[in-house]
Design a protein around this ligand. Structure first.
Ligand code: HEM
Length: 234
């Protein structure tokens, strides 16, 4: 009967791995890496707003993204899958940790933790609500004051001229910076890339990448509010 069990064994092994704490840490790390790569690509796309021909460049970029509905939906489903797996697995790990420590510490002794690591459960949910708002704002236009289909330049300038909306983006992007500072670092730890020799380099990489992504994105609403971007639109 060994042959009957064989086709199932890979799936069973994967499920058993997922049920283990180490397996869950790998899932969080891999899905986090995909989302991290997305935030880099997305920020680089957004920074085209600084090009002299920004309106045209962003329109070409949007057309490219929407050129193949199949590809666009495949990417959307992959990103959503990573997002859901990332959040669900973190919630499971949180419960595992709580169950392993049923009694709260009488006195909390500070261990080697950073502000970014202590705020992961705050920055994560804020980013979740940010993505919901962001999609309704710049993808569907449902919460945008003056949305024009396939014209990201117009939508960004008009959208960020609303101070409250820009403020929410700035707060969310600051949270993204904090989240990535700890997330990228702990992603390396989870996959076993944690030799003390690399600690400094990995921390520097995580902090620098997080700061570049966060500040690169924050610069856009700030420049719109200051009138540096969008002078051509009335
Ligand atoms: C200031 C920061 C940001 C700006 C200016 C911005 C800009 C945009 C724009 C213009 C679009 C519409 C693209 C199009 O349909 O042509 C878009 C879509 C999107 N953005 Fe952002 N974005 C920012 C930050 C983020 C962050 C931090 C995330 C995720 C953590 C994110 C996730 C997405 C997603 C998932 C889409 C939908 C892509 C699709 O399926 O069509 N964005 N963004």
């Amino acid at each position: 009967m060994a042959t009957a069990a064989a086709p199932n064994s890979k799936l069973q092994q994967s499920l058993a791995l997922y049920q283990s704490t180490i397996g869950k840490k790998y899932v969080v790390a891999i899905t986090g890496a995909v989302l991290f790569a997305f935030t880099i690509g997305h920020m680089l796309g957004n920074l085209q707003i600084y090009l002299p021909n920004a309106e045209e460049a962003l329109m070409v970029y949007a057309k490219l993204l929407h050129a193949s509905a199949e590809l666009l939906w495949a990417i959307r489903i992959a990103l959503l899958g990573c997002f859901v797996l990332h959040v669900v697995t973190i919630a499971q790990l949180y419960n595992v940790n709580r169950a392993a420590r049923p009694q709260a510490y009488i006195k909390k002794t500070p261990t080697i933790s950073t502000y970014a690591s202590r705020t992961m459960y705050l920055s994560g949910p804020i980013l979740f609500f940010f993505v919901l708002y962001h999609l309704s704002h710049l993808t569907t236009g449902a919460t945008h004051p003056n949305f024009v289909e396939m014209n990201p330049y117009h939508n960004l300038v008009m959208g960020f001229r609303q101070p409250l909306s820009s403020l929410f983006y700035i707060i969310a992007m600051s949270m993204l910076g904090l989240h990535l500072t700890h997330g990228v670092w702990s992603m390396f730890q989870s996959v076993g890339f944690n030799h003390p020799r690399y600690t400094h380099a990995l921390r520097t990489f995580a902090t620098t990448a997080a700061a570049v992504i966060s500040l690169g994105n924050i610069s856009i609403p700030v420049c719109v509010l200051l009138g540096i971007i969008g002078k051509d639109l009335v």
